[in-house]
Design a protein around this ligand. Structure first.
Ligand SMILES: [Zn+2]
Ligand SMILES: [Zn+2]
Length: 217
């Protein structure tokens, strides 16, 4: 859906009634009136309140149907289909305009995720914590990829991952457990543990924490 919306952003549609560029909008769930789907999750709509179709529509609908309403001009993306869509007021569809900036950001995030996933194959060999941390600290990333990233942590064996992971709020308890186990393995590999009082890393066999001076059993 995201990629389709981005492709549509490249399309330029112009209203034949007012020459205004049409706005890319999320399609309403149903075709108003006949209950059929639009066949597209996006529509290009003329939202110009000065558009002649819209300004003349009020009188026409009043005379023809005896109720308050007008028309907005719309086109189906990637097609030659167009409609005059009946609307009840000025605000119709203004809330469904696609947020282009948000869409671009979402796309950038999606691309970074794909790149990180592709690097999982080589990150152990390269001792590259980057892609693993990226996926683990991005709660929107695919959960299967995140679990795979967690399983690679002990092999990369890099203590510097601990701080970032301890400070992240995981929304998935299963993943959080996997990560806790992985951190325990990394600590064991280095003969270290976390001080139960100040959370700094200390030697496993230390009896007093060198950071907070508390006795640790
Ligand atoms: Zn127009
Ligand atoms: Zn301590």
């Amino acid at each position: 859906m995201l990629e389709r919306a981005l492709a549509y952003l490249e399309e330029k549609h112009t209203c034949p009634h007012c020459n205004t560029e049409l706005s890319l909008c999320h399609a309403p769930p149903m075709h108003v009136g006949d209950g059929l789907g639009w066949g597209s999750e996006f529509l290009f709509i003329c939202l110009n309140n000065e558009c002649s179709l819209f300004t003349k529509g009020w009188e026409y609908i009043e005379t023809q149907y005896g109720h308050v309403g007008s028309y907005r001009y719309m086109e189906i993306p990637n097609s030659k289909e167009s409609y005059n869509m009946m609307v009840a007021g000025e605000s119709a569809f203004t809330g469904s305009v696609v947020d282009v900036e948000a869409l671009k950001q979402q796309n950038a995030r999606y691309k970074s995720e794909k790149e990180a996933v592709a690097k999982l194959d080589t990150c152990v060999e390269a001792r590259d914590l980057g892609p693993v941390l990226f996926l683990l600290t991005d709660n929107a990333a695919n959960i299967t990829d995140r679990k795979r990233a967690a399983s690679l942590l002990p092999a990369i064996n890099d203590l510097s991952c601990i701080e970032a992971l301890r400070n992240h709020d995981f929304s998935n308890t299963q993943l959080e457990q996997d990560i806790n186990l992985a951190i325990n393995k990394i600590l064991a590999n280095h003969f270290l543990r976390e001080c139960p009082y100040c959370a700094e890393l200390i030697k496993s066999r230390a009896k007093v924490c060198k950071h907070c001076s508390k006795e640790v059993v």
